[in-house]
Structures are given as structure tokens and as C-alpha cells.
Design a protein around this ligand. Structure first.
Ligand SMILES: O=C(O)CCC(=O)C(=O)O
Ligand SMILES: [Fe+2]
Length: 368
């Protein structure tokens, strides 16, 4: 079943640049989802990172509530989804940011978490640094394949920048028994907003389904990649598309291109729709819990994003995030705006709709 998804071995990138870049680009242009191997993180370290997540999720709601998600930083606990009607209490998410001297929000979150998870730094420093390193390799390859300088997409991906974006954590999907009503999706169809996502799935916990990027754009936009116009955007109906299961592969990281990289590559690399199927009595998805470890690679919010061919106007990375927040969480975004949380240079160009209520979207759910 995982056959349609390419596996790209990124080991020894510096000696194999041409081959690896070509494989990454082929996968990013045709499907937008692929596996990477040869990334250098051992199974044992991955297991330990999952253990840290499990410790986090044993906290009670009141404790976790102290770490509420900050949408602009995209760091903190997203428990709201557990209360939203369409999710019916089946997922929560915790994301930590890159901790650097000049990143006070991420530091504060890490310090608070130490109370419950004494070895949290093993995740917030060592593991996230490794994920940043892997992201850099992928982005160097994807830049070279477009005939650009190797560092083209790496600008802004420096953990010491004060407005560094992205971060990593866990999605925790509750067991079937604990959900009150039957539901089809643990996460409904969506595309990720940032540069790209690294996802660790665990064996025996399937559910991820993907519609190949090219198929999606053929249906939704007559073959043309498009940028989300947040005012007009609607999701195509699920039954207009074929979704393929993308199961866990031992030792491999699942990767998907996000909206920001689609924009930055002039639409060459496709941000692909995906969803997570919920267990029901007879669909073969195990009824137990599911945990995934997720890393959203994103440059500093002040990074200017424009493709080499200038297909779309330049935008700041933080502006894209703000648009996403405005669309899906307009009230929260409004609060940030009013209280000065949107203090990056993006503020100057934040579109007006950030402070106006968004219309409810039937199938849409923002996951990141
Ligand atoms: O947990 C998964 O398999 C997918 C999660 C996802 O799509 C996301 O966090 O954006
Ligand atoms: Fe996603």
C-alpha cells in the first residue's frame, strides 16, 4: 500500500547531492508526500522521544491548560480540538518550539514543562535540532533541483533567530472506546500551512490517508497549483478524490510539502491534502490510541517568501501563518492582533481580514 509513495535515502547527502535532489523533487512534484530514510536518528531515540510525549499526555486538562497554544508561535497545547464538535474529542496536540537564548516564549514553555518532564531538553534541544538538520538537507536538495543556490529555501531556518518559526511535538489520538460518537476522521482533510512536515508514525497505528498532490490539483483547479485565497477557499468534496493509505514504515520519516513551500517554489512542489481515518467497528483501523510525532519546518516569520519565477507576490512567512490563523481561529487571531502579539514585520502587511470573523467552513479544520 505504501508503494505509490517514494522512499528517498538522504544519507551522505553531500556526496550524493544530484541523485538525492532529483528523487526529492520528483516526489514533491508528483505526490507531495514521501518517506525519507538514512536520516540518522536511531529507532531508540525515536522511541525515547515518543516516551516524552506520553508523559506530557498523562497530565490532566487543568495542567495542560497552562500551556495553551499560541497560534502565532504555533507552540503550546491544542486541546481545543478535543472540544470541537466535528472532532468529537479524538485528538490533542502539543508542540514545543526551538529553544534559544532570544526565544523567550519557547524557553518559558520548556521551563514550565520541566516540572513534569525533567528530561524535556532531550526533546526540545537534541531531537528538535536533529529535525532541523534533516529539514535543512531536504530543503537544500529541493533548491538544487530547481536550479537554485543550495541555501535558497534555508534562509530563515536558524534556531537562533528571535522569530524562528516551526517546532515539534506530538499528536495524541484517543482510543476509540473513549470517543462518544462514531466519527469517520481523526483529522479531516487538510493541507499543512508551513514549509513541510516531518511525521513519525508508529507501527501498528495506521490511519493516515493522502490524495496525491497532482490528482488534487487536477480535480480542484484544472491542473494548476493554486494559492489558497483565504476569503474564498473551500475544500473539494472528499468523494471527488481518491485517498491512499500511507502506512507507517519502520525507521522512515513521512514527509509532506506544505503551503509555504508550494508558494516559494512557484507551485512546483505540491502541498497535498491528507486526513487521518478514525477506527470504526469494521474498518480495520485498530481501536486503540494513536500517537504521532510531528515537526513543522518553518522559517523565521520575517523571511521573505517569493519563488525564483515570481509567480506570486512576495509574502512574509509570518504573514502566511497569520492568514491561516485568521481563517481558522479568527477570534484568537484578533486577540493577538489587539494585544500586540503580532509584532513581527509581518504586522505591517497583515491583511484586513485578520481582524474580521471568518465564515465557518464545513469540512475545514486547521491542524497547523
Ligand atoms: O498524525 C498524522 O498521521 C497526521 C497529522 C497531521 O496531518 C498533522 O498534524 O498535520
Ligand atoms: Fe497535516
Amino acid at each position: 500500500m505504501s508503494d505509490i509513495f517514494p522512499k528517498v535515502n538522504i544519507s551522505n547527502f553531500d556526496e550524493r547531492k544530484e541523485e538525492v535532489s532529483a528523487e526529492l523533487a520528483k516526489a514533491a512534484k508528483s505526490i507531495g508526500f514521501f518517506y525519507i530514510t538514512g536520516h540518522g536518528i536511531s529507532d531508540e531515540r525515536i522511541a525515547r522521544a515518543f516516551d516524552i510525549g506520553n508523559r506530557w499526555f498523562t497530565l490532566n486538562e487543568e495542567q495542560k491548560d497552562q500551556y495553551k497554544l499560541d497560534l502565532i508561535e504555533y507552540v503550546g497545547w491544542k486541546g481545543e480540538a478535543t472540544k470541537r464538535k466535528h472532532d468529537r474529542g479524538i485528538i490533542e496536540q502539543q508542540i514545543f518550539g526551538h529553544v534559544a537564548e532570544n526565544n523567550p516564549y519557547a524557553r518559558q514553555l520548556e521551563q514550565q514543562a520541566k516540572e513534569f518532564i525533567p528530561n524535556i531538553e532531550e526533546f526540545t534541544h537534541d531531537f528538535l535540532d536533529d529535525l532541523l538538520r534533516i529539514s535543512t538537507v531536504v530543503l537544500r536538495g529541493l533548491a538544487l533541483a530547481l536550479g537554485q543556490p543550495e541555501d535558497f529555501f534555508v534562509k530563515g531556518l536558524d534556531r537562533n533567530l528571535p522569530d524562528i518559526g516551526g517546532g515539534g511535538g506530538w499528536n495524541n489520538y484517543w482510543p476509540y472506546e473513549s470517543t462518544k460518537e462514531e466519527t469517520k476522521w481523526r483529522i479531516p482533510a487538510h493541507a499543512d500551512a508551513e514549509l513541510f512536515t516531518l511525521l513519525f508514525q508508529q507501527e501498528g497505528q495506521p490511519g493516515l490517508e493522502v490524495t496525491p498532490g497532482k490528482d488534487f490539483f487536477d480535480v480542484a483547479n484544472k491542473g494548476q497549483p493554486f494559492l489558497k485565497n483565504w476569503d474564498a477557499f473551500t475544500y473539494p468534496p472528499d468523494d471527488a478524490l481518491t485517498f491512499h493509505p500511507m502506512p507507517p514504515v519502520k525507521g522512515a520519516i513521512t514527509v509532506n510539502i506544505g503551503d509555504l513551500l508550494m508558494r516559494w517554489s512557484d507551485g512546483e512542489y505540491l502541498s497535498t491534502y491528507h486526513r487521518v481515518r478514525a477506527p470504526t467497528k469494521d474498518n480495520g483501523i485498530p481501536t486503540g490510541g494513536r500517537q504521532t510525532l510531528v515537526y513543522f519546518a518553518n522559517p523565521a516569520r520575517s523571511t521573505v517568501i517569493q519563488g525564483p519565477k515570481k509567480r506570486w507576490p512576495a509574502i512574509l512567512s509570518g504573514e502566511e501563518t497569520a492568514n491561516m490563523a485568521a481563517k481558522h481561529y479568527s477570534k484568537v487571531a484578533q486577540r493577538y492582533y489587539e494585544t500586540g502579539r503580532l509584532d513581527s514585520p509581518a504586522e505591517a502587511t497583515i491583511p484586513k481580514n485578520i481582524i474580521e470573523p471568518a465564515q465557518p467552513q464545513p469540512q475545514a479544520v486547521a491542524v497547523n
